[in-house]
Design a binder for this molecule. Structure first.
Ligand code: UDP
Ligand code: MG
Length: 331
């Protein structure tokens, strides 16, 4: 690298965010310019199809610290984040959403906290979600309860993807063989010294959410199966319960046969068949979830493709996909 590394990189995944882009850029720039330290803003354009790309190009003309990483196609929030994190050059790297739900002013707090206490990870905690919809709060609460049980108490509740990482933490992420880690679980799992800063979750400044229910469910399923084999054990327990219930049914059937009333036994038979059928399908489904994970892991396809990086140095240093990065880090 020819240029000195900036003190701070801010990674912003964006997917069709043309309507908030000007607002966001103005607020973020005010905060970062006031820091009076070298910084870069790494906007990851996650295959936007609206005016986000031209908007970013326009901003770049007047904002030399803005760097744009364009992914070839929409790869999802987590993949876009990883793409940005692994290419950021800063001593500290903050990831933030583009929709102003995460206030850029909190970045100053994150940085101050990391330096004061020499921390590698600082989570921005959503202390107040009163402006989120009730449904979003309710599903989020369920999600955090679940992942804290599965991964452990080191996962802070109400910490999304607004956080600060040190260079060391980013390098540790780079060494992971996983293509698309669920960052909010993997980061605490890395075990770096960490702290928290509270902030108030604001309303989306403009545009629509890119996280419909199906994507939220996807993230939850991914979180569970990437960190725990417990659901596979559910299959075992259900199977055991099934055996016990069937044992009881066998006894009942034999007693009924001895009493000579077997013809009337068809409802129990019917119930047993339905029950066992359901149980087997359920267990097959669970197995399938993990087989699917193995399948994607074996395919080892990169989670994203970089079409363009406005930073020429970085272009020369890293090739075009997630795999190249891994190879680089092992060299
Ligand atoms: N995002 C992205 N790719 C996607 C979906 C979302 O880069 O496929 C970005 C989006 O532009 C935003 C951030 O991820 O900056 C969070 O998305 P959003 O605000 O829609 O999620 P919510 O806050 O509603 O959970
Ligand atoms: Mg949002």
């Amino acid at each position: 690298m020819t240029r000195p590394e900036p003190a701070l990189s801010v990674v912003v995944p964006m997917f069709n965010e043309e309507s908030v882009l000007p607002l966001f850029a103005r607020r973020l720039r005010a905060v970062l310019d006031a820091l009076d330290e070298p910084y870069e803003v790494l906007a990851v354009d996650d295959g936007s199809t609206d005016g986000t790309a031209p908007g970013l190009a326009g901003l770049r003309a007047r904002w030399p610290q803005l760097r744009v990483l364009r992914l070839r196609r929409n790869s999802g929030h987590q993949a876009a984040l990883v793409a940005g994190l692994l290419r950021a050059r800063g001593r500290y790297v903050v990831s933030i959403d583009a929709d102003l739900q995460d206030p850029p002013e909190t970045i100053v707090e994150l940085l101050r906290r990391a330096r004061a206490d020499d921390l590698d990870v600082v989570y921005a905690i959503r202390a107040d979600r009163s402006r989120d919809t009730r449904f979003k709060r309710w599903t989020a609460a369920g999600y955090y309860r679940l992942v804290r049980r599965l991964v452990g108490k080191q996962v802070p509740a109400q910490a999304g993807d607004f956080r600060l990482l040190s260079r060391a933490a980013v390098e540790a992420l780079r060494e992971l063989p996983e293509r698309s880690p669920v960052l909010r679980l993997v980061v605490p799992w890395l075990g770096f010294p960490s702290g928290e800063v509270a902030y108030q979750r604001e309303e989306r400044a403009a545009g629509r959410t890119k996280y419909p229910l199906s994507r939220m469910a996807g993230l939850a399923a991914e979180s569970v199966t990437s960190f725990s084999a417990a659901p596979l054990r559910v299959a075992t327990w259900l199977g055991l319960a099934g055996v016990v219930i069937c044992g009881v049914l066998v006894v009942v059937t034999v007693v009924a046969w001895l009493a000579g009333v077997t013809v009337t036994g068809w409802p129990s038979l019917y119930v047993a068949i339905l029950f066992l059928g359901a149980l087997q399908l359920l267990c097959l489904g669970l197995l399938g979830e993990y087989v699917a994970r193995i399948y994607t892991a074996v395919q080892a396809r990169p989670a994203y493709f970089v079409a363009n990086d406005t930073d020429a140095d970085a272009d020369a240093a890293v090739i075009t996909d997630g795999r190249a990065e891994l190879a680089d880090s092992l060299r």
